[in-house]
Design a binder for this molecule. Structure first.
Ligand code: ADP
Ligand code: MG
Length: 334
């Protein structure tokens, strides 16, 4: 099944983000940390692209950079044919109603002093949409749509549970009927039963609002259930990308293979997985990146190979039909 249509809603090409750190390098300048390096992926209309990877792999940086909540230092982001990185501040501000973000931690986005109704109405007022009465009607319908009695509009966020607050955050993000929602680990802090309710709600809302999702997640069960396409990040680079079923069913990159092997039930219908344990831990690389494969120090098959030490593997289509950035794709199967 070819997943991404010819003209996706969002195309991210060669995205990069370098942060200056507080540390000094050998020449006395600020040491830099490249949190994203050459990241490319697409999101089809009404579809979900998942970004997975360990903590520190650059998922949140990618989410914020593609929305220009932080400025990328390299690459391009095209949304419905519009070059987002070329937008001046005022056109960018107006454009923002077409793409919204939902965070894991609602305390940062839901001001505790505001009522739930005011919180959901705020983006509508900011973008001057509708009359006061129309906006309040919209708030009531959004609250109902995410499972509340509209009367809760008068209450404040702290009166709600974590899962309920996430519903409020989703109602606020969807009030503008954006075409793209970027969700950064929206269910990671919630109990499994609450997670399932929120994920089902998001699925229903996706169909109803015809909205595309970039869904950042580190639980592979959730990724497999929820996402059409998957992008696997490691230290800011794409290791593997492809349709969810293909990628989890036959991971081609040793990093993906190790992630998949840690949750054997992800490979429904496939042979039982053997656990692939990686050596060491993900460790941010400041300054110059190595010339070869970024994953090599932890790679069970590449650690001692000269090609892996010398040449960065391009993200290329493998025999399995989807892309991996590995010189020896498919060699290490879980
Ligand atoms: P993830 O969301 O996958 O856990 P992040 O995108 O948050 O990863 O972080 C990727 C890397 O970038 C990490 O090494 C992190 O410490 C670094 N980083 C993120 N934000 C900043 C920042 N504002 N300044 C400096 N380094 C940052
Ligand atoms: Mg993060």
């Amino acid at each position: 099944m070819s997943a991404v249509p010819a003209r996706p809603l969002l195309e991210v090409r060669d995205l990069g983000k370098t942060f200056e750190t507080t540390r000094r390098d050998a020449s006395g300048g600020r040491e830099t940390l490249r949190a994203l390096d050459g990241v490319s992926f697409a999101v089809g209309r009404g579809r979900t692209t998942g970004i997975v990877g360990e903590s520190g792999s650059g998922k949140s940086t990618a989410a914020r950079a593609l929305l220009r909540l932080i400025e990328p230092t390299q690459g391009s982001v095209t949304f419905d044919g519009i070059d987002l990185l070329a937008l001046a501040p005022e056109p960018l501000r107006r454009f923002r109603r077409r793409m919204q973000m939902v965070f894991q931690d609602t305390t940062g986005t839901l001001d505790p002093r505001m009522s739930v109704g005011a919180l959901i109405e705020e983006p509508l007022s900011v973008h001057r949409i509708g009359s006061g009465a129309e906006r309040r009607a919209k708030v009531a319908s959004m609250l109902e749509r995410v499972g509340f009695d509209p009367a809760v509009a008068r209450r404040r966020p702290h009166e709600f549970s974590g899962g309920q607050r996430q519903r409020i955050g989703i109602a606020r993000a969807l009030a503008l009927a954006p075409e793209l929602l970027v969700l950064d680990e929206p269910v990671s802090a919630l109990d499994v039963s609450v997670q399932a309710q929120i994920l089902n709600l998001l699925k229903d809302l996706q169909a109803e609002f015809a909205v595309s999702y970039v869904f950042i997640v580190h639980d592979l069960h959730v990724a497999e259930f929820f996402c059409d396409e998957i992008v696997v990040l490691y230290l800011g680079e794409v290791m593997e990308a492809g349709p969810s079923a293909a990628l989890f069913g036959a991971p081609q990159h040793p990093y993906t293979a190790s992630l998949v092997s840690a949750v054997p039930t992800v490979r429904r219908g496939a042979a039982p997985a053997r656990r692939i344990i990686l050596e060491g831990e993900i460790a941010p690389i400041s300054g110059e990146r190595p010339k070869g494969c970024i994953f090599r120090p932890r790679c069970p098959i590449g650690r001692d190979r000269a090609l892996c030490a010398d040449v960065r593997p391009p993200l290329a289509t493998t025999a399995a039909g989807h892309a991996a950035a590995c010189h020896y794709p498919g060699e290490l199967a879980p």
